[in-house]
Design a binder for this molecule. Structure first.
Ligand SMILES: Nc1nc2c(ncn2[C@@H]2O[C@H](COP(=O)(O)OP(=O)(O)OP(=O)(O)O)[C@@H](O)[C@H]2O)c(=O)[nH]1
Ligand SMILES: [Mg+2]
Length: 488
């Protein structure tokens, strides 16, 4: 982290291309007077937190742009320093020209990634948990992640951490009490007090620990994987879902050698849909590597879809716990019904199943809205007349995208119901706290040496301090702030 000490400037809106507006953020300048030559209105007219409409001027008094400026005087700003936000026209070349002008004319530095937030943190405007919440919110791919980021930014977790920290300090004080005043305060009284505090701490930590048990990898970047044996129809289903001939489809086993992913927008937010290499043994090293990678994707996906072609020899070697949905392909082919009926019993009755097939004469793929056979046939579903409902109530008919949307959304809701702690740093510290407190409870109940108890306790207090950011090692800070992008 190599942050400047003087004033900094950056564009805080995402400028991937030309846009209507861009917002520049300037922070850390001594006074508005130093920037007077940049504006065609006197800075004495600027009212804090109210927009003012003016022209930006070059040093030869030419108009650079027609803008809106908002002034946030220290300490009532995002960074705690004097801040200006300038809304200007969002042409990339123009934005760059204005930033260069500010850098050269007024000796500003270009802000590094996360530098504004770092200043906010250093100046006590945000605590570390809030910084991490902001990071979560700004990079959230799902509504849930955004909401979690927002609630963390609003201090939901920080309050819990702080409450824990306070309990630990109170407990420490009661231990100190037994060291310093053991002659004056009754032993019984002290023990009661200490047990009460320890119980509270233990329960607070256990409660937080429960929120760290959901695997977060699968929540932060939710992915849905299609897996199964070679030739099952994975790539065919994948292409249908992403509405593009993205994956190569062929009747040759082992066509997909490495996994392929595409973004899919569902109700829960943006997910990665992954097509994997067919799982089989005894293949060449390249395909083995592809299969290894596929396993990694399967393990990490929060929603796993097994694709089965009932015409191929199939033995269920998959762990049923890991199957969220089974799609049986080739439902359009003769004999499908009997083959499928034989296969079904290999799976737990509680796993949802979809029957899916190519409509004869239609090409697999792109146009979901009408379907290759016209309006009456919903491509991706199988006509109900094929099965007459005799197959059972847990077989879904209808568009598979819709079914996946519903089931994946449902599972995501279950996984996120307990509001898991999402920031890896906090999770690690909470797990550490939990291990330490469990050990400590044993120690406290078995030994009487107050000096040993006190020193063990101080280790726990240190971890809780790190959790609320009273003490945070530099490399941890570096990691957190580097994750941000420029302008944040
Ligand atoms: N009739 C019919 N053919 C299908 C269906 N699904 C897939 N196929 C065909 O089955 C063959 C294999 O399909 P793929 O999608 O390439 O299978 P895959 O599971 O990706 O196979 P690998 O990449 O080798 O693991 C292709 O010829 C597809 O056209 C279906 O529902 N009905
Ligand atoms: Mg394939």
């Amino acid at each position: 982290m190599n942050y400047a000490t003087g004033p900094i400037v950056a564009c805080s809106t995402c400028l991937q291309g030309n846009a209507g507006l861009a917002v520049l953020r300037l922070s850390g300048f001594d006074s508005l007077d130093s920037l007077q030559s940049f504006f065609d209105k006197p800075v004495s007219k600027f009212t804090p937190r109210k927009q003012i409409h003016l022209n930006l001027l070059s040093n030869t008094k030419e108009v650079l742009d027609d803008v809106l400026v908002t002034y946030f005087p220290t300490p009532f700003s995002f960074t705690g320093e004097n801040v200006l936000e300038i809304s200007l026209h969002g042409n990339i070349v123009h934005v760059e020209r204005i930033i260069s002008f500010i850098v050269n004319q007024f000796s500003f530095s270009r802000a590094q990634p996360g530098e504004f937030t770092y200043r906010a943190f250093k100046n006590g405007k945000l605590n570390l948990a809030q910084v991490e919440g902001l990071d979560l919110l700004l990079s959230a791919d799902s509504n849930f992640l955004f909401e979690q980021g927002l609630s963390q930014l609003n201090g939901e977790l920080y309050l819990k951490y702080h409450q824990l920290y306070k309990s630990l300090l109170e407990f420490t004080a009661s231990v100190e009490l037994s060291i310093d005043f053991s002659d004056d305060v009754g032993e019984e009284q002290i023990k009661n007090l200490q047990h009460k505090h320890l119980k509270k701490i233990h329960s607070d930590i256990s409660h937080l620990e429960k929120r760290c048990l959901t695997p977060i990898g699968s929540l932060l970047e939710p992915s849905i994987v299609l897996y199964g044996l070679p030739n099952a129809g994975k790539s065919t289903v994948f292409n249908y879902l992403v509405a593009d001939e993205r994956s190569i489809v062929s009747s040759i086993e082992g066509t997909t050698r490495d996994y392929i992913s595409e973004s899919l927008l569902l109700d829960l937010g943006r997910v990665r849909l992954i097509d994997t290499a067919g799982l089989r043994d005894g293949v060449d090293v390249i395909e083995q590597e592809g299969i290894k990678r596929s396993h990694f994707q399967i393990n990490n996906a929060f929603f796993k879809i097994l694709i089965v072609n009932p015409h191929s020899h199939f033995e269920n070697k998959f762990n049923d716990v890991d199957i969220d949905l089974i799609i049986f392909t080739h439902a359009d082919t003769p004999d499908f019904k009997s083959k499928f009926s034989n296969l079904r019993s290999q799976f737990s009755a509680s796993i949802p199943m979809v029957l899916w097939g190519q409509v004869e004469g239609g090409s697999m793929g792109a146009d979901r809205s009408s379907g290759p056979m016209g309006a009456n046939i919903d491509f991706g579903s199988i006509g109900a007349q094929l099965f007459d409902g005799s197959i059972g109530p847990d077989i879904f008919y209808g568009d598979i995208l819709h079914i996946i949307n519903t089931l994946a959304g449902y599972k995501y809701d279950i996984l996120t119901k307990n509001k898991p702690v999402l920031v890896a740093r906090q999770r690690e510290l909470i797990i550490d706290l939990s291990v330490k407190i469990n050990k400590f409870v044993d120690l406290f109940n078995t030994i009487d040496d107050i000096a040993v108890i006190s020193s063990e306790l101080s280790l726990i207090v240190n971890v809780s301090q790190e959790l609320i950011g009273v003490f945070t090692p530099d490399d941890v800070l570096h990691h957190i702030f580097n994750n941000f992008c420029i302008g944040k």
